[in-house]
Design a protein around this ligand. Structure first.
Ligand SMILES: NC(=O)N[C@@H](CC(=O)O)C(=O)O
Ligand SMILES: [Zn+2]
Ligand SMILES: [Zn+2]
Length: 451
C-alpha cells in the first residue's frame, strides 16, 4: 500500500504557498496552495480512493510554515559507544530530527574510538535502527586519536558505513607529516580531513579565550593564534598535495581571513562555524558557569561579527552544531574541572535565524545552503539537490523540514530530547520552531514531536 502525505499551504524557502503531495518517499505533485483542488491533483490525493486500495492520506496543515531541505550537521557528538549516560545514537538523533536535521555526521571521539570498520559500522547500524535521521559516522584520522599512527582509513571508507570524512576532533592532528599522509590517503576516494585546529603547545592548560577578559578572571588563555597557525599550515599542506581539508568550528576573525586567502588560492578548503560562536561571547565566562565552557572558547564580539560576515559571503561554507552533550557530573562542577562542550542540535536553526536572518545577512535560500546543501556537498551526502529551490520539486526525495518562523520558544534545559542538559540557551527566548521533519517521505517529527 502506498503511503500518501499532503502538506497544505507551505512556503518553500519562504516563497509562495504551495500544496505538496508526497507519495512513496518522493514529491509526487506540487500546486499553488488551494489550486490543486481545482486541478484535481491534490484533491485526489487527499481523498484516498473509494475502493480502499489507497488509504486516506495524512494531511499536514502547514499554513504559514517555511519549508527547508532537511538539515545536515557535519559535526555531532553522539557519545555512543562509551558514554551512553550523556547521549545515545537514539537520543541524539531524536534531538537532531526535532531540530530539523535529516543527516548527522557522528564524531569519532567515542569509547572505543571510531577508528576501525567495526566501530563505524556499529554506529551506522545504530543510526539505522533508531530511524530518526541518517547517521554518517566520521572515522578517526589516527589510531585511538593518539596522533601517532594513521587509523584504518581505507577499511572505514570501504565498510558498510562508507566513511568519507575523517577527524580526530577533540584533538588536533598536530603532527604535520601525519596530517600530510592523511590528506594524501583520502584523495583516492575524494575523502576529506576535518581538522580541530588547535596547536596543543599553545593551549596547554587553557581555560578561555586569551585576552583582557581572561586576565581579569584569572584564567589561563587559549590564544587565537593557536587556531590560526594550524589553519595556515593545513591550508598550505592541502594546497601542496591537492586534497580536501575541512576546518571544524572556526572561531576567530583571523581564521576567516586565512580561509578567504586559501580559497582565493584555489585550494580545496572548506569551513564550518557553530551557532554558539555566531552568538555568544567571552563575557559570559564571568559567570564562571561551565555551561559556557567550550572548545574552541567563546571569543569576542569582533570575532562573532567576522564569523557572521564570513558565513554570509560564503568564506565559511556552513553551520555545524558541534553538539557536545556532557553528563551533569562532568559539567556541574568548578570551571577548571568541567568538560568543554555544549548542546546544539535542537537550537541551531533558531540561533541562525537570530544571528543571520533577523540581521538581514541571509535569506531562506541562504539558510538552506549553509545548513543543508553546502554541508551535504562537503560530506558527500547523496540525494541532496544542487540548487536550493529544487528540494521541493516533483520527483525529488521528500527530505525536508517545516519551520514556524514566527514562533518564539523559551528553552528549558530539562525539557530537551538530548540525554544531557548542557544547553547555553536555558531561559532564553529563541525565534523559530520546527513543526515537522520528513526523511525520504517518512515523517520523523510531526506537530513538533518525535514520531
Ligand atoms: N567542542 C567541545 O568543547 N568538545 C567536544 C570536542 C570538540 O569538538 O573539540 C566534545 O567531544 O565534547
Ligand atoms: Zn573540536
Ligand atoms: Zn566536536
Amino acid at each position: 500500500m502506498t503511503s500518501v502525505i499532503v502538506v497544505r499551504g507551505v512556503r518553500p524557502l519562504g516563497g509562495d504557498a504551495r500544496d505538496l503531495v508526497i507519495a512513496d518517499g518522493t514529491i509526487a505533485a506540487v500546486a499553488p496552495a488551494g489550486g490543486g483542488e481545482r486541478t484535481g491533483v491534490v484533491a485526489e490525493a487527499a481523498a484516498g480512493s473509494a475502493d480502499g486500495t489507497r488509504p486516506a492520506p495524512l494531511v499536514v496543515d502547514a499554513t504559514g510554515l517555511v519549508a527547508l531541505p532537511g538539515l545536515v550537521d557535519l559535526h555531532t557528538h553522539l557519545r555512543e559507544p562509551g558514554r551512553e549516560d550523556a547521549e545515545t545514537v537514539d537520543s541524539g538523533t531524536r534531538a537532531a530530527a526535532l531540530g530539523g536535521y535529516t543527516t548527522v555526521f557522528a564524531m569519532a571521539n567515542t569509547d572505543p574510538v571510531a577508528d576501525t570498520a567495526g566501530v563505524v559500522e556499529q554506529v551506522w547500524r545504530l543510526g539505522q535502527d533508531a530511524g530518526h535521521c541518517d547517521v554518517r559516522p566520521v572515522g578517526a584520522v589516527t589510531r585511538g586519536l593518539a596522533g601517532e599512527r594513521l587509523a584504518e582509513l581505507g577499511a572505514m571508507a570501504s565498510s558498510a558505513a562508507a566513511v568519507r570524512m575523517f577527524s580526530d576532533d577533540g584533538h588536533c592532528v598536530s603532527d604535520a607529516l601525519l596530517m600530510r599522509r592523511a590528506l594524501e590517503y583520502v584523495k583516492a576516494f575524494d575523502g576529506v580531513i576535518a581538522q580541530h585546529a588547535e596547536e596543543p603547545r599553545l593551549t596547554a592548560g587553557a581555560q578561555m579565550n586569551e585576552g583582557a577578559m581572561a586576565a581579569r578572571l584569572g584564567l589561563p588563555g587559549w590564544p587565537a593564534v593557536a587556531e590560526e597557525a594550524i589553519i595556515a599550515r593545513d591550508a598550505l599542506l592541502t594546497g601542496h598535495v591537492g586534497s580536501r581539508l575541512h576546518i571544524c568550528h572556526v572561531s576567530t576573525a583571523g581564521s576567516v581571513e586565512l580561509i578567504r586567502w586559501a580559497k582565493a588560492k584555489g585550494w580545496r578548503v572548506t569551513a564550518e562555524v557553530t551557532p554558539h560562536h555566531l552568538l555568544l561571547t567571552e563575557e559570559l565566562v564571568a559567570s564562571y558557569d561551565p555551561v559556557y565552557k567550550v572548545n574552541p572558547p567563546l571569543r569576542t564580539e569582533a570575532d562573532t561579527e567576522a564569523l557572521r560576515a564570513g558565513l554570509a559571503d560564503g568564506t565559511i561554507d556552513c553551520v555545524a552544531t558541534d553538539h557536545a552533550p556532557h553528563a551533569s557530573e562532568d559539567k556541574e562542577t568548578e570551571w577548571a574541572a568541567a568538560r568543554p562542550g555544549m548542546l546544539g542540535l535542537e537550537t541551531a536553526l533558531s540561533i541562525v535565524i537570530q544571528t543571520m536572518v533577523e540581521t538581514g545577512r541571509l535569506d531562506w535560500a541562504g539558510v538552506a545552503d549553509r545548513m543543508a546543501l553546502a554541508p551535504a556537498r562537503i560530506g558527500a551526502v547523496a540525494d541532496m539537490p544542487r540548487d536550493p529551490a529544487s528540494f521541493a520539486q516533483v520527483g525529488v526525495p521528500a527530505t525536508l523540514t517545516l519551520l514556524d518562523p514566527e514562533a518564539r520558544r523559551v528553552i528549558d534545559p530539562l525539557a530537551v530530547a538530548s540525554r544531557s542538559s548542557n544547553t547555553p540557551y536555558g531561559g532564553r527566548t529563541l525565534p523559530g520552531a520546527i513543526r515537522a521533519t520528513f526523511l525520504r517521505g517518512r515523517p520523523t517529527v510531526l506537530d513538533g514531536k518525535i514520531i
